[in-house]
Design a binder for this molecule. Structure first.
Ligand code: HEC
Length: 723
């Protein structure tokens, strides 16, 4: 069966190649053995391919399509004039019900994608049939180290192999032909709270991979592995060694610069200081520079992390490195001495822009802190920055490229609460933006989500849950107030002119957390919404030209490619990620959506119907004849927020991805509750034991809090009392 479908694909690939006068001419390694036919290039991507993508409409070979990460497709058969005829061509159901954040890749008619739990699939783009699938069997207990769901943002392809970073910290190379494992290496210390959610990139035969975990307590770094053998080539730490001494790493040469920016005491020496490289990378082959974005400081609160201050290099920074050696070339820190989780890991785009009469090679980023940055990518010189969203932590960026801060924003130093815009979700998060060279505009999934930072006076490093140095706020038990807070949260797709540094147009959504973006030569911009709608806009004017239901919330960006003369838009959909896990009732702002994880593929005139999605599983909250002790419930409130809220939802209201504890039978039974929370009875499902952090009394307090939340939900008629 498989052999038949493969040789059939080979034939089609060659017909397509003859039509396009491209590909299928050079004999490549790993080819099918039919001498009559040119070989199928299983996942074949190399330097030559990456250098000639402009006219190669049939491929999306790397995360941002090109090394410049513009997410611009040169295909234009689907365009502003005909996009209203776009319809579903086929779909593929995924075997996971967690958030889907990945960018699918396509080479030679085969789609390679990763899903939640770092699983990988190869799918025949002509038939929609599965060719192979690979499951790295990530232990479900890894979830307790992952801030924002079991997500994965994509694979990399290189010379017949597929590379994926697994949530539990492995970098795995698969044979693109059959999904068998070529090699697998551990890239993180399994004893530490590291995870991997980002997509690898391959540059000149080296696989570049970062990691996450700065909320929990890790030291950020980026590594390069030999694509062929899996051997470690170099590693660059984004924060200094704790004694400022060299450690045989590529970052050693920067110690004289970084070490003095950290205090001699502080928790950073214990936890590593953060600065994780969890998402953005880009590469300029001409300058031979690899650009990476680094994450927040850990703990967030600088007075705990690095008492007495300091910029804390290289947290919240953009780094330019040599891809062969990891050697440092330049850096630019977007948020010196970060205390707000203002990561600079957001998508980096490279472009050549005409500014003041000269063409500049620039790097653009819209990080969490709300400023849109344009830098000279050769030197790192600051060119301009303006806010692309409402912000109150800084008034502007001065001529030297340094933010002019609002002194009240420094809550660790003032010791007072700080009501911030934006909060930790950022004015823009990982959801990729896109640049269209025809319009000169950058399309940004922008959002407005405020937050109150309360410094945590009695901070101690914990081995379960977040280590922030901030007492996490939570929604009040007052429907009117929750409603009011909800009105302050917003989301939009904005078109940003990077030269004029101003907004060109916007499309407003009811809530934040909307999907990544694709733009095309058909004068189009595609974006899916958290509420489950797929959209296409005119790239120049922002006019909404097409909409279709996705059957689930959308966070991932789509891709486009041509196959056998037809243009397609392919999209991974599936609600999840940080928002529905942590935001409680706020995750319903865009509407209540379920997770229905799929790959959706559209073409002009496509007429396939999507099966109807199940309705949102309203939690069946029943009253139990247990009245929680008020003082106990009060004590449990902060503990719930500290240890449970990031998965079961703010104020014990679940966004529908993980169990709503108000509706759990376990809250009525002390023993069952203990067996789950302290003894790890459900650890196989990802609900680990919290015994290292919580006593029996703590667990009882949390139970009392959840019982009180269940009771007040019933009072508010959110649920039916038990008969
Ligand atoms: C890292 C994510 C995560 C954290 C943090 C977490 N849980 Fe869970 N919890 C899960 C998952 C996953 C399940 C399995 C059920 C599911 O997937 O919905 C679960 C299930 C449960 C259940 C059983 C629910 C049922 O189906 O009846 C209880 C009770 C529970 N958790 C209590 C807690 C408490 C109390 C805390 C804080 C001390 C906590 N959990 C923290 C992920 C988490």
């Amino acid at each position: 069966m498989k052999t038949f479908s493969l040789s059939c694909m080979v034939r089609l690939a060659c017909i397509a190649a003859a039509l396009h006068l491209a590909g299928c001419t050079d004999a490549q390694k790993g080819a099918e053995q039919d001498p009559e036919m040119a070989p199928l290039r299983h996942g074949w991507v190399d330097e030559q391919e990456m250098a000639s993508l402009e006219d190669d409409l049939g491929v999306w070979p790397s995360y941002g399509r090109t090394y410049s990460e513009q997410r611009f497709s040169p295909a234009s058969k689907i365009n502003a004039a005909n996009v209203s005829r776009l319809g579903l061509s086929w779909y593929f159901d995924l075997d996971t019900s967690r958030g889907q954040e990945a960018t699918p890749l396509i080479v030679d008619g085969v789609i390679y994608l990763s899903t939640a739990w770092s699983m990988v699939k190869a799918i025949d783009a002509r038939t929609g049939d599965l060719i192979w699938s690979y499951d790295p069997e990530v232990p479900r207990k890894t979830l307790v180290k992952a801030c924002c769901d079991a997500v994965n943002r994509g694979v990399a392809l290189w010379k017949g192999r597929v590379y994926v970073g697994s949530l539990d910290g492995r970098l795995i190379a698969l044979d693109a032909k059959d999904g068998s494992v070529a090699w697998s290496v551990r890239t993180t210390d399994a004893g530490k709270p590291y995870t991997i959610t980002g997509a690898p990139r391959v540059i000149k035969g080296r696989v570049i991979i970062g990691n996450s975990g700065a909320e929990y307590g890790v030291r950020g770094y980026i590594s390069a592995y030999d694509a062929e053998s899996g051997e470690l080539d170099w590693r660059f730490y984004t924060t200094p060694s704790k004694d400022g001494k060299p450690e045989g790493a590529a970052s050693d040469s920067t110690l004289a610069m970084t070490y003095p920016t950290w205090s001699k005491g502080g928790v950073w020496r214990e936890t590593g200081g953060g600065g994780t490289v969890w998402d953005a990378m880009a590469y300029d082959p001409e300058l031979d520079l690899l650009y990476v974005g680094t994450g927040n400081g850990g703990p967030w609160n600088r007075e705990i992390r690095s008492p007495g201050g300091g910029d804390n290099l290289f947290i919240s920074s953009i780094l330019a490195l040599r891809p062969d050696t990891g050697d440092y070339v330049w850096h630019y820190q977007t948020t010196p001495g970060d205390s707000w989780d203002y990561t600079a890991t957001q998508h980096i785009i490279l472009a050549d822009l005409e500014m003041n009469g000269a063409v500049r090679k620039v790097l653009m980023q819209a990080p969490k802190n709300g400023f849109f940055y344009v830098l000279d990518r050769e030197t790192g010189e600051f060119l301009s920055a303006e806010p692309f969203a409402p912000i109150n932590w800084a008034s502007h960026i001065d001529a030297n490229g340094r933010p002019v801060e609002n002194p009240m924003a420094r809550y660790p130093e003032t010791g007072k609460d700080w009501t911030a815009m934006p909060g930790p979700p950022g004015a823009h998060n990982w959801n990729p933006m896109a640049f269209n060279p025809d319009t000169g505009l950058v399309y940004i999934p922008q959002q407005e989500v405020g937050f109150v930072y309360t410094p945590e006076a009695d901070f101690e490093v914990r081995d379960r849950g977040f280590n922030l140095g901030v007492i996490h706020p939570h929604l009040p038990d007052d429907a009117a107030l929750v409603n009011q807070i909800g009105k302050t949260l917003k989301g939009a797709l904005i078109a940003w002119d990077p030269v004029l540094q101003k907004e060109a147009w916007r499309h407003q959504y009811p809530g934040p957390g909307n999907g990544g973006v694709l733009t095309t030569a058909g004068n189009l911009v595609f974006q899916g919404a958290a509420g489950g709608e797929l959209h296409a806009f005119a790239a120049d004017t922002g006019e909404l030209l097409w909409s279709a239901p996705a059957g689930t919330g959308v966070i991932a960006p789509p891709i486009s490619y041509e196959l056998d003369g037809e243009q397609y838009i392919a999209w991974l959909v599936g609600w999840g990620g940080a928002f529905p896990l942590a935001a409680g009732e706020m995750s319903f702002l865009s509407g209540k959506v379920v997770n229905a994880s799929r790959l959706l593929v559209f073409k002009l005139g496509g007429g396939k119907e999507l099966p109807e999605s199940p309705s949102f599983p309203e939690p069946a909250i029943v009253s139990h004849n247990v009245t929680p002790v008020l003082a106990q419930a009060k004590a449990g409130e902060r503990k719930y927020t500290q240890y449970c809220g990031m998965c079961h939802g703010d104020s014990a209201v679940s966004g529908g991805v993980i169990a709503d504890l108000r509706a759990s039978g376990a809250i009525a039974d002390e023993e069952v509750w203990k067996s789950i929370v302290l003894d790890g009875a459900l650890s196989g499902l990802g609900m680990v034991s919290f015994a290292s952090e919580l006593s029996e009394e703590d667990a009882e307090e949390i139970r009392a809090y959840v019982l009180s939340r269940a009771a007040s939900s019933i009072d508010r008629n959110e649920a039916q009392p038990a008969q």
